[in-house]
Design a binder for this molecule. Structure first.
Ligand SMILES: [Zn+2]
Length: 79
């Protein structure tokens, strides 16, 4: 009787750990990173790279990753 209870308990523990592993590997991590980072991210109008708002160079409504890309983009617009 005692052994049966022990085996039953072991089976429950195995199932619980498997369920926990499945939840960790599956869904939550990528989505939380996306939603939290997008709020303060700017996209370079020239090369399309994403960077934090504080590091982005802005020109009117546009954002750039560096001064060179700002120049390049404005050059292309004028010609
Ligand atoms: Zn760029």
């Amino acid at each position: 009787m005692f052994i049966k209870a022990l085996v039953f308990f072991a089976l429950i523990m195995i199932v619980v750990t498997l369920v926990k592993r499945g939840k960790k590997g599956g869904s939550s991590l990528p989505t939380t990173i996306d939603t939290s980072s997008e709020n303060n991210m700017k996209r370079c109008a020239e090369c399309g790279v994403h960077l934090p708002e504080q590091e982005a160079l802005t020109y009117q409504t546009l954002s750039f990753c560096c001064n060179d890309h700002k120049k390049l983009y404005l050059k292309d617009k004028k010609v």
